[in-house]
Design a protein around this ligand. Sequence first.
Ligand code: SF4
Length: 448
Amino acid sequence: MKSDSKLVSLDAISPADVTPTPLFGLDAESLSARMASLGEPGWRGKQLSEAIYRQWLTEIAEISTLPKNLRERLVADGWQIGRPNIAQVFQSVDGTDRYLIQTGAETVETVWMPEGDDGESGDGTEAGAEELRSPSPQQEHRAPSDSHSVRSKKMAVILSDPERSEGESKDLLLANSADQVGSSAPVRSSRELPPHGEWRRATICVSSQVGCAVNCQFCLTARLGLQRNLTAGEIAGQVVSVFARHGVEVGRDRVNLVFMGMGEPFLNYDNFMAAVRLLVKEVGLSPQRMTVSTSGIVPGIERFAQEPPDVRPKLAISLNAPDDQVRAEIMPINRKWNIEAVVDAVRQVQLRPRERITFEYVLLAGVTDQPAHARAVARLVRRTGLPAKVNLIAWNPGPGIPYAMPAPAAIEAFRATLAGEGIPTYLRKPRGRDIYAACGQLKRTVEG
Ligand code: SF4
């Protein structure tokens, strides 16, 4: 069927003239259906998918596989392929970047951690002797200010967003981390990390909601409350935006995704899993390099257990306490689904060979970090009968949160007790604490 739409020059289109039709977030099948509705062959949808999710193009005019008149028609009809824009960048002295990513009127937070935080340790995706990844010439061109000398200046620097095309660019605030919390922020020695801009592996922490309704007492994000669910495109778009910024080569680079940013993924289940399917089937990532963390939403875990292995990420349970009493105090969700109910649901997940369930455990001084707590956690993990490991996280401070960081000696004693009890135990390195990028610190804020 031939279209009777009028062909309009690309230059003649004003965005105000048409209602935008965003395509980012649709899979190849849906894109094919959209193309078919215009009388185009279905395989044009595959070309669109390739352009959006593999080439990471942001303008329809750039899709060279589509005929020029079709591109003009799509633009005239308001079709858009762009991923969410990175609105602001906060860079930590430890190499971590915290991004505010524009999703409609709001922003959500996404964190890039070169070298990861060791949360992936013990799950089969640890770094080996990988080649050091240097910034590509394109990256160096895009981010000329991304150098240690710039970061080390204790002043805010305004620079252009490298994600935006010419004409769209706007000045962004690059907040120097040292301004955010002062010089007492604990950071890793720069000698432990490759030079800035170079990385051997990386982890991206992805948000699933704007804010969160779960109300964990130790978490800064909880203070926002739930504002809204993110769409599948907004969740997957965080990953593609960060990939594009860092020049990630899918299939070559060792990048892990953790769905542990703002929000509870299993309270936005359909959009979360649709995003995972996009990332696996359209972007080309392995679900075994993805981990989703839940506070223990039992119906969500039960649905997750039914997902086919080719799109199911690994599962982490945010345990954080040795028993129901302590857990209910710091995680009110435990009153609805207690530890036993959560573990029962987790048992329904068919694990892959060598796959383990991760129990995340936040150490709060005096509340969850005592030797008796460690022994109780060891008993609890053994009782589950699950192949499991424990990731310890020293609590990250946030303004107005009434807990204290555990002492280094308490952290080590806790780790040693669990390890001594035969529980595989890993200590997650704090990343980006100085820019409020660390676990439990994400809050849509620029003031720090
Ligand atoms: S820890 Fe996670 S689930 Fe709990 S309030 Fe924070 S974002 Fe929500």
